[in-house]
Write a protein of this length. Structure first.
Length: 280
């Protein structure tokens, strides 16, 4: 009987911590091999460290047998933009099975943000592989962002999520009647604790400290009072005098097509990245 290899795709340390907690919570069946597939979806991946190169990753690495790079596998294409052509899928699957020493393994995919690449691209390459989806934040509480090909959506076995909003069930992939499972909060706290202990010690924020908001938070168009509340929460619960919150991607010119024109972050002038829930 062929062995089972589970491919866990991540694009952030938050995702790695979530997957580590899910493994500790027995959310996945046993597998002979567990591979962490890292995708750096930043605008310029070459300009900064990938998630597996960020301080704090080392203790979470022990949950996986091997770490591979999706960026290296599809270079020179960008992971957040590339999807395979249908006619190339059989060749690509054979290539990746050889490159990653998968052979005839039964592959299981654990992906985030299934409606967009890189998760969508990986699901398309490994046709027929069962898929587990883990929520990448509060976006999972809303419906699936894009219409998903039934050949992909019907392969999803479960949606894993942290109970960020107690009592509220995520709507993502509801159209495919996918069961939802909560990842234990205690396991996630332990994973984040390991990450924090391994990282460098940071000085306590003082007066005039600033917090940079990325991804979805930078696109929400928070009022000044809302930004101050976020800053207070981010400073370990301590009220920061004169604290400032700024978007990590402000003043990016809006695109003229798609839903970007409706993005509240762009309308408010705070900007948005390509990973914004409305702009991807």
């Amino acid at each position: 009987m062929a062995r089972t290899t589970q491919l866990f795709c991540v694009s952030s340390l938050y995702g790695v911590a979530t997957l580590a907690a899910a493994i500790e919570s027995d959310c996945f069946a046993e597998a002979e091999r567990r591979v962490l597939l890292v995708a750096d979806v930043s605008a310029v991946p070459e300009a900064g460290p990938a998630p597996d190169a960020i301080p704090g990753f080392a203790p979470l690495r022990d949950h996986f047998d091997e770490v591979l790079s999706w960026n290296e596998a599809i270079r020179p294409f960008h992971p957040a933009a590339w999807t395979p052509r249908a006619e190339d899928v059989p060749l690509l699957e054979r290539h990746l099975r050889r490159l990653w020493r998968l052979g005839d393994d039964r592959v299981e995919l654990v992906l985030e943000s299934l409606a967009v690449p890189p998760a969508l691209a990986i699901a398309q390459v490994f046709t027929g592989a069962p898929v587990h989806v883990y929520a990448d934040g509060v976006r999972s509480y809303g419906p699936t962002r894009r219409k998903l090909d039934p050949l992909v959506g019907t392969r999803v076995r479960q949606v894993l999520h942290l109970e960020l909003v107690p009592g509220l069930t995520p709507l993502v992939l509801r159209e495919f009647d996918v069961p939802v499972r909560v990842v234990a909060a205690d396991a996630f706290r332990r994973a984040v604790g390991e990450l924090a202990e391994a990282g460098p010690e940071l000085p306590s924020p003082g007066a005039g400290s600033a917090m940079l908001l990325g991804q979805c938070l930078s696109a929400q168009g928070f009022s000044p009072s809302g930004r101050r509340r976020i800053c207070m929460c981010g400073c370990c619960g301590r009220r920061s005098s004169g604290g400032t919150v700024r978007s990590s991607s402000s003043r990016i010119p809006p695109r003229r097509s798609g839903t970007a024109a409706r993005c509240p972050g762009r309308r408010s002038g705070w900007g948005c990245r390509s990973v914004c829930s409305m702009c991807r």
